[in-house]
Design a protein around this ligand. Structure first.
Ligand SMILES: NC(=O)c1ccc[n+]([C@@H]2O[C@H](COP(=O)([O-])OP(=O)(O)OC[C@H]3O[C@@H](n4cnc5c(N)ncnc54)[C@H](OP(=O)(O)O)[C@@H]3O)[C@@H](O)[C@H]2O)c1
Length: 319
């Protein structure tokens, strides 16, 4: 049917498209949210994983501005040092240190925790930020699939090994999830991708992050644990995505995305604000639990318990 018969012209489509774009732009920008907390972190110790770039860097910067001792837990020492220099220069806070850890390698996490336990008397806040998006099936030397190793097993092990220290100071844990988890699924018999590898592995791993957050909150009432979706943020996280996706994010959809500093706001909110709820899922500095963005499985306590136990079993196998 031609344009004359339907009465719809190309110009109409363009106007509707533009209208939708403007609406989405207003929605994203009005809802962004900012962490207004002026809380001083003097005397507090904070660990941020993957702090050398992106959301992790901006989070570490925000915490250093509030005078905390900030440990940049990164896998690449040169990138970590460069980030440290920049943070010290921008904040004047020299109490920022780098410690090496590869979050996808469980033996590296164990070494890192040994160093922390030797050097630090307290850990007040742990930000599990490091994460990857991979579309390829890659296994680590320890036999874990890379996306789950980085986004689920690593944060799980790190958190559990640091739990005593964090509990001592009634601390907080902030897990970085993703709205991608809304279509994620967790199969506890396939956590090592032994049955199949899904192109939605990232989504699945972030559903695991949500389940882990909820179960940890149930098990550890003395620690304030929450999960954050930072928004769609212009960082290197898209580096392994197909070129058309990277192109769209950096051009057409650029105005609908957040800067890394904006993406760090909900993370800082969960690290600092008094109103944060145990086990809560936050976006745009607001509680988003039971919204359309949360998969129903996030509230499946049986699944969360099974995930916890399966994860523990696999980590025991890893040595
Ligand atoms: N950007 C978004 O739109 C978005 C949306 C939802 C959720 N997130 C989540 O936000 C978090 C931060 O991502 P980002 O957007 O800031 O991405 P990014 O710029 O790619 O930063 C990721 C950070 O994680 C580190 N990392 C990756 N694998 C690691 C490993 N095995 N060991 C130690 N560090 C590792 C990276 O270190 P290297 O520099 O050495 O690679 C980097 O510092 C991730 O958990 C991501 O899933 C991001």
């Amino acid at each position: 049917m031609g344009p004359h018969l339907t009465g719809v012209t190309g110009l109409d489509v363009l106007f509707v498209g533009l209208g939708l774009y403007v609406c989405m732009y207003c929605y994203v920008n009005l809802r962004k949210g900012k962490c207004h907390s002026k809380k001083s972190l003097q005397g507090k110790t904070i660990i941020v994983t993957g702090a050398n770039t992106g959301i992790g860097f901006e989070t570490a910067l925000g915490l250093a501005e509030r005078r905390g001792r900030v440990i940049l837990a990164c896998r690449n020492p040169d990138k970590a040092e460069a980030a440290r220099d920049k943070i010290v220069q921008l904040t004047g806070n020299s109490n920022v240190v780098c410690r090496q850890v590869d979050i996808s390698v469980m033996s590296s996490i164990r070494k890192f925790v040994n160093v922390i336990k030797k050097e630090e008397e307290r850990v007040d806040i742990l930000i599990n930020n490091a994460g990857v998006v991979t579309l390829e099936k890659i296994f680590t030397e320890e036999g874990l699939e890379l996306t789950f190793a980085t986004n689920h097993f690593g944060p799980f092990l790190l958190t559990n090994l640091l739990l005593d220290l964090i509990k001592k100071s009634s601390g907080r844990i902030v897990n970085i999830g993703s709205a991608a988890s809304v279509i994620g699924k967790v199969d506890c018999d396939n956590l090592r991708a032994e049955k199949h590898f899904s192109q939605f592995q990232y989504h699945n791993s972030k559903t695991a992050t949500l389940l882990f957050t909820k179960e940890l909150a149930r098990r550890e009432p003395d620690v304030l644990v929450s999960c954050v979706h930072p928004g769609t943020v212009r960082t290197d996280v898209f580096r392994h995505m197909p070129t058309p996706v990277k192109f769209l994010v950096s051009t057409v959809f650029r105005m609908l995305t957040k800067s890394p500093a904006e993406g760090a706001q909900p993370v800082l909110f969960c690290a600092l604000e008094d109103s944060v709820e145990p086990g809560g899922y936050y976006m745009d500095c607001r509680l988003y639990d039971h919204s359309l963005w949360v998969p129903k499985s996030a509230y499946d306590e049986g699944l969360a318990k099974k995930l916890w136990e399966s994860t523990e079993r696999i980590l025991t196998d890893c040595g």
